[in-house]
Design a protein around this ligand. Structure first.
Ligand SMILES: Cc1cc2nc3c(=O)[nH]c(=O)nc-3n(C[C@H](O)[C@H](O)[C@H](O)COP(=O)(O)OP(=O)(O)OC[C@H]3O[C@@H](n4cnc5c(N)ncnc54)[C@H](O)[C@@H]3O)c2cc1C
Length: 374
């Protein structure tokens, strides 16, 4: 074991994946988590671990990266998507399109599995420990820094069968989508919107009514829940000497907000950069920057569709048949997509500007959180 302790700020998937990779390489690791549990901001949120960006199954990818996969993961091969006029389209795929997982501190959740794995490897996790400064070697994995999109709705108990349902309608979720996920008697209902945040309550109420009407939504013990997502392709994901992993760096699928896979992969890469002394920026660029570019292009295209365009896209995918194949094509980097990148960059701008440095231990003179502005 190397004697020097490596500190990680944040016990989300990015921070825990970093910790696991470092501990497996024999490093001493300390994770600092601001909240009393893992997954605090999610509680019992149901989320989708996407399985379309690579041919390899995402659970095999996680195992190959040395991550625990002993969390509850429901393979989702068939669901229903509605257009704005209530027309239903069945989406199905041969291999799982995504795995439904639970977030938060509960048994079987993704966060609990990663935490147990890290602790089993000897990682020290300090809860209620907000890091304002990272001295010495460390990794920053603090989660989103601003709201480029928000997902707002409810968690609840339900007698509905397991499954997923989606509505593409700008009146419910402007430039985004409304969704309902059910697994093992628990449900998550969300309006995931990319604009119109000030009307979030109206969008949530419309989403609720639409799912009641279309699929007979039944909620018991409903608890309001919401969160933010940050999408950005950074010029550099190194802050001072520290690699920045996961959503703190802005790594996330810009089209629909699938960030867990990027968080874990970037955490592994951040650890490797420390273990092997490799440039972290070079690592993440090689590993997934082309996918970030394509997701940015997809977002710009999606935003220009509107309700009529969403309906057209749903009809087209129904003709192809296997929706995972459609998504594989949609997300695959290709030379003929590259000319769209400047247009997509101009069309989509993260609300997060580099006005602050995003350092945990800011001593910069130039940024907004620094002393010059204070
Ligand atoms: C409502 C919602 C639904 C989503 N659905 C999906 C989905 O279906 N599929 C998908 O792939 N992604 C989804 N995402 C995105 C995904 O959850 C995130 O991209 C992912 O959790 C990012 O992981 P992370 O480790 O980078 O950040 P986080 O999971 O946010 O973890 C960061 C951790 O750092 C801690 N922290 C913050 N500041 C400090 C500090 N100063 N000191 C110490 N600790 C600190 C936080 O408490 C937190 O535990 C969703 C997001 C939201 C909000």
């Amino acid at each position: 074991m190397s004697a020097e302790v490596i500190r990680i700020a944040g016990a989300g998937p990015a921070g825990l994946a970093t910790a696991i990779t470092l501990a497996r390489a024999g490093r001493r690791v300390q994770v600092h988590e601001a909240h009393p549990t893992v997954g605090y901001r999610f509680q019992r949120d149901l989320q989708g671990l996407e399985n379309w960006t690579t041919e390899e199954d995402v659970l095999d990818t996680l195992r190959r990266l040395g991550m625990a996969t002993d969390f509850t993961a429901l393979p989702c091969r068939k669901g229903t998507v509605f257009d704005a006029w209530g027309r239903a389209y069945i989406v199905r795929s041969h291999a799982p399109l995504f795995y439904m997982v639970e977030r938060g501190p509960g048994p079987g959740s993704l966060d609990s599995a990663l935490l147990a794995h890290a602790q089993g490897l000897g990682v020290e996790v300090r809860f209620d420990s907000r890091l304002d400064q990272v001295d010495g070697p460390g990794v920053l994995a603090l989660g989103p820094r601003t709201a480029d999109a928000i997902a707002v709705g409810y968690h609840f108990d339900t007698s509905m069968r397991d499954g997923f349902w989606v509505i593409c309608d700008d009146a419910l979720a402007p430039k985004g989508y409304a969704y309902l996920l059910v697994m093992n008697g628990r449900g998550t209902l969300k309006s995931c919107m990319f604009t119109g945040f000030k009307q979030e309550h109206i969008h949530v109420q419309r989403t609720l009514k639409a799912f009641e009407r279309r699929v007979g939504l039944k909620m018991e013990n409903a608890q309001p829940h919401g969160g933010v997502g940050n999408f950005r392709i950074p010029a550099s994901a190194v802050s001072g000497f520290h690699p920045v992993a996961g959503e703190q760096a802005g790594f996330q699928d810009t089209l629909w907000g699938f960030g867990m896979r990027f968080a874990i992969v970037s955490g592994v890469l951040a650890a490797r950069s420390l273990i092997e002394g490799i440039d972290y920026d070079a690592l993440w660029r090689r590993e997934f920057e082309p996918w970030l570019h394509v997701s940015l292009i997809n977002r710009a295209l999606y935003e220009s569709l509107g309700n009529t365009g969403y309906g057209w896209a749903l009809r087209r995918q129904a003709q192809v048949g296997d929706v995972r194949r459609v998504f594989r094509w949609l997300y695959r980097p290709a030379w003929y997509k590259r000319p769209l990148l400047p247009w997509a960059r101009a069309h989509y701008r993260s609300r997060r500007h580099d006005a602050s440095c995003d350092h945990v231990d800011c001593t910069c003179v130039w940024c907004r959180c620094g002393s010059e502005y204070a």
